[in-house]
Each structure stands twice: as structure tokens, then as C-alpha cells.
Design a binder for this molecule. Structure first.
Ligand code: HPA
Length: 244
């Protein structure tokens, strides 16, 4: 099988209906089996992976990131466009805005986060100077410009363990440390893609300001509602990126 491009749909991005000739495959990996949907867009074979699985049933800290990335690698994927719903710590990156992130800060705690655990795969220290593929980031920004969508070029994603949201004190700390956005899934997904030598980039959709910045308490429903309101823009951006 040779499917060169994949979309990893995050919160609110569950529907690959834009793909023609849809079919489902199960890919086995040593980390577990992964269900993927395959189809075509603009004459290209595309895979779609629902990060949180059916009915948003898998929380961020329990996503089987290694199985997901390895399954995509095994069907030939070389480029991955991931989507992520995020909170914002940066008043210039408000709700409903797109950000093509370029760095992360890792505050995860309990996730298997590497393919290189010693043993058969050995010990390898992967360079992460460019955690998100510069080439694919450029294409995403070009796609946004082509479609008259505003997308911030660069941003620092703070990855928390979740599944709880942050305290206002944590949000203040992350901001002081240089974070722009906060979410729960980019690590280890981006890291594993780099380890697997795949070109990976993430489109973030800001759904809310972080706890304590926003005057209201935060709910998952608010995040879902914001994603629903902006899903068309994310689809347009992803589709144009595949065309380019
Ligand atoms: N925090 C963490 N993850 C998120 C948020 C948030 O405020 N909004 C959307 N995903």
C-alpha cells in the first residue's frame, strides 16, 4: 500500500467525507491495531485517522500515539497534516484563529513518548530543532493565503497531560515560559513522526482563551462548539494543502 498523505483529525474533526472512494483498513503494529479511513482527493491517496476514535472515546493521555504513527508509516505515509483544538495564552491569537505552530513545550507526564526504548529499536536521540516540518508548514501557509484564511505563522504549543484543563496559575506560568497555545496532544505525536522520519505539521484552531484569561470557566462543550463553527475553514485549508 502506498498512501503518501494523512490527516490526523483532532477534537471536532471527525468526518473525512471530502474523500472520494472511501474505504476502511485496519493496520496491525506491535503497539496495537489502528483503524484508518482511506480515500482520494485531487487524484491523491489520502488516509484519515481520528485521533480520539469513535465518539471521542479516547482521552489525550491514552491515545495510542505510537501505533497511530507506525500504522501511517506502514501504509507509506510521508506527510501528515494534524489538527488540534487549543486554548490561547496570547492575546494576539484569539478564538476562531488558525495557527501553524512551529515549536512546543512538553509538560506531559505518563505517555509512552518514543519508539527508541532500547531493545530492538536501540537508543536514538532525535534532533527536534524543527519539531514541525518546515516544508509542510510553508505549504499550509500558502494554502491559507490561497483561500484567504488568516493563519499565524508560528506559535509555541504547550502540551499538557490533561485530560483536565489548566489552573489559572498554570496558564500564567506557561505564558511566562514563552507559550502561546495550550493543548493536550501534540506531544508525543510530533516527536514520533520525527523519529519515524515523516514530515508532520499541525494546524491549530484556537477555541478559547486559557483558564483565568477567559472570564468564564471552560467546558469541553465550548471547545466542541468552537470547532464546529470553524470546521469548514480547517477542511478548506487541509484540502488546499493536499492540492498543492
Ligand atoms: N487547554 C488545553 N487544551 C485545550 C484547551 C485549553 O484551554 N482548549 C482546547 N484544548
Amino acid at each position: 500500500m502506498n498512501v503518501p498523505i494523512a490527516i490526523i483529525g483532532g477534537t471536532g474533526v471527525y468526518d473525512p467525507s471530502m474523500l472520494a472512494e472511501p474505504r476502511q483498513v485496519n493496520v496491525q503494529t506491535p503497539y496495537g491495531n489502528v483503524s484508518l479511513r482511506l480515500g482520494k482527493y485531487a487524484g491523491k491517496d489520502v488516509a484519515f485517522l481520528n485521533r480520539h476514535e469513535e465518539g471521542h472515546s479516547v482521552p489525550p493521555h491514552l491515545v495510542n500515539y505510537r501505533a497511530n504513527i507506525l500504522a501511517l508509516k506502514r501504509i507509506g505515509v510521508r506527510q501528515i497534516i494534524a489538527t488540534a483544538a487549543v486554548g490561547s495564552l496570547n492575546e494576539n491569537m484569539g478564538p476562531n484563529q488558525l495557527v501553524i505552530i512551529d515549536q512546543f513545550l512538553d509538560f506531559t507526564k505518563v505517555r509512552p513518548s518514543t519508539f527508541f526504548d532500547g531493545g530492538q529499536n536501540g537508543v536514538i536521540h532525535t534532533d527536534l530543532t524543527y519539531p514541525y516540518c518546515p516544508r509542510l508548514r510553508k505549504v499550509l501557509l500558502q494554502a491559507a493565503a490561497d483561500k484567504n484564511l488568516n493563519a499565524h505563522d508560528g506559535g509555541v504549543y504547550v502540551c499538557t497531560e490533561g485530560p483536565r484543563f489548566e489552573t489559572p496559575a498554570e496558564i500564567r506560568m506557561y505564558k511566562q515560559l514563552g507559550g502561546d497555545l495550550v493543548g493536550m496532544t501534540s506531544v508525543p505525536e510530533a516527536v514520533l513522526a520525527r523519529e519515524a522520519e515523516m514530515c508532520y505539521a499541525t494546524v491549530c484552531m484556537v477555541t478559547n482563551f486559557g483558564a483565568g484569561i477567559s472570564p468564564e470557566v471552560l467546558t469541553h462543550m465550548e471547545v466542541l462548539d468552537a470547532m464546529k463553527a470553524n470546521i469548514e475553514n480547517i477542511k478548506i485549508l487541509a484540502m488546499r494543502t493536499i492540492e498543492l
